[in-house]
Design a protein around this ligand. Structure first.
Ligand SMILES: *Cc1c(COP(=O)(O)O)cnc(C)c1O
Length: 387
């Protein structure tokens, strides 16, 4: 029985697409311990260093002293606690939306929102070709028809919207694309979507805490306050923890509470997770300098890579993809970087299109200039050997 699975795994190994788990034996700082060695971490989404912020840790502990650990029921039964509502008020306020709703993670939020907002064959979901896997899975689970448009190509989006009639239309894009780090042209996307009566949903997983002057994400970056119908933000990236929230109008949130299965049929997030998220948002509100520090680190890193002859783009986000192309080379590059004290995972298909395997470097506000210089030295050495 198991041979068929083994055979598939062997096949993946042959094609350099096999994946295995790397273990971190320390906290998730700018440096981590892997295999007994301290290395610079450059592929985490802990963009602002909030995962280990003393205030965040303290908030989680204190909340447990008051409310205990688990919520042990779904929100609609008896799992809706003071802290969940406190978070939702905070999150709505942070994003200047009428309401926000907690989800257990971004993956569930995307799957749930897409499949419940568009839940009939008369509906249409239109998705950017490079959208995150969880959005694609949302399309699969939805009863609606779906169409894709070429990455960031608003003209193509318009063609698709124009060509198809539907009861409800939903246009979904990543605010910041997770593997390329580029930003969706949201002003135009919102404009075209309005023209054809489509709702707009933005996945702000890599935008929240990163773009916009105070880290409020796509709506701030594009000055589209109140114009984006549905925003999805994970708490597992710049906000340093776990969980997610969706925000938008009162009606949309009320609809999700009533219709969205991944909201309804799951246990509410545990107390410390939610309390930590409240504190993370407070820290970001009080110190937007975190966002600036992250930006400075990205600029410094990109300039460094360019100075050693690597052709990389600064997209204005925390993600700097170094495209290698070939899977095997990409793995070799990542392994050699590790030997030199820098950990960047090799990202390969199906996460990215074939022939575009890459080192997806991410910076953190807590990286020091010295970390960045050491990383650039390592990239220089490895690039000479591998490319
Ligand atoms: C990480 C990510 C998600 C999933 O969020 P989780 O909270 O980790 O489940 C969704 N969308 C994008 C673009 C992401 O990068």
């Amino acid at each position: 029985m198991l041979e068929a699975f083994e055979k598939e795994l062997e096949e993946l190994k042959k094609r350099n697409l096999y994946r295995n788990l790397i273990r971190i034996d320390s906290t998730q700082g700018p440096e981590v311990v892997i295999n007994g060695r301290k290395v610079i971490l450059m592929c985490s989404n802990n963009y602002l260093g909030l995962a280990n912020h003393p205030r965040v840790i303290d908030a989680a502990k204190k909340a447990m002293d008051i409310y205990g650990y688990g919520a042990v029921a779904s929100r609609l039964v008896s799992g809706n606690m003071t802290i969940h509502e406190e978070f939702e008020r905070k999150a709505a306020d942070f994003k200047k939306c009428e309401r926000a709703l907690l989800f257990n993670c971004g993956y569930m939020a995307n799957v749930g929102v897409i499949s419940s907002i568009c839940d009939s064959a008369e509906d249409l979901v239109v998705s950017d070709k490079l959208n995150h896997a969880s959005i694609i899975d949302g399309l699969m689970l939805s009863k609606a028809r779906f169409a894709t448009f070429r990455h960031n190509d608003v003209e193509h989006l318009e063609k698709v919207l124009k060509a198809k009639k539907a009861r409800r239309k939903l246009v979904v894009v990543d605010g910041v694309f997770s593997m390329d780090g580029d930003i969706a042209p949201l002003r135009e996307i919102v404009e075209v979507s309005r023209k054809y009566g489509a709702l707009v949903m933005v996945d702000d997983a890599h935008a929240t805490g990163v773009i916009g002057e105070t880290g409020r994400g796509s709506c701030e970056y594009w000055d589209l306050w109140g114009e984006i119908d549905i925003q999805m933000c994970t708490l597992g990236k710049a906000l340093g923890g776990f969980g997610a929230f969706v925000c938008g109008s009162r009606v949309i949130i009320d609809y999700l509470i009533n219709k969205c299965r991944p909201f309804i049929y799951t246990t509410a997030l545990p107390v410390p997770v939610v309390a930590a998220a409240v504190e993370s948002i407070k820290i970001l509100e009080e110190d937007p300098g975190l966002v600036k520090r992250l930006r400075e680190d990205v600029v410094c890193f990109v300039e460094g890579l360019r100075s050693i002859g690597l052709d990389v783009k600064d997209n204005g986000t925390a993600i700097v993809p170094v495209i290698i192309g070939d899977e095997k080379k990409c793995l070799a590059f990542s392994r050699r970087l590790f030997e030199l004290g820098v950990y960047v995972a090799a990202i390969r298909p199906p996460t990215v299109p074939k022939g575009t395997s890459r080192l997806r470097v991410t910076l953190m506000a807590t990286h020091t200039k010295e970390h960045i210089e050491r990383a650039i030295d390592a990239f220089k050495k490895v690039a000479e050997e591998v490319i």
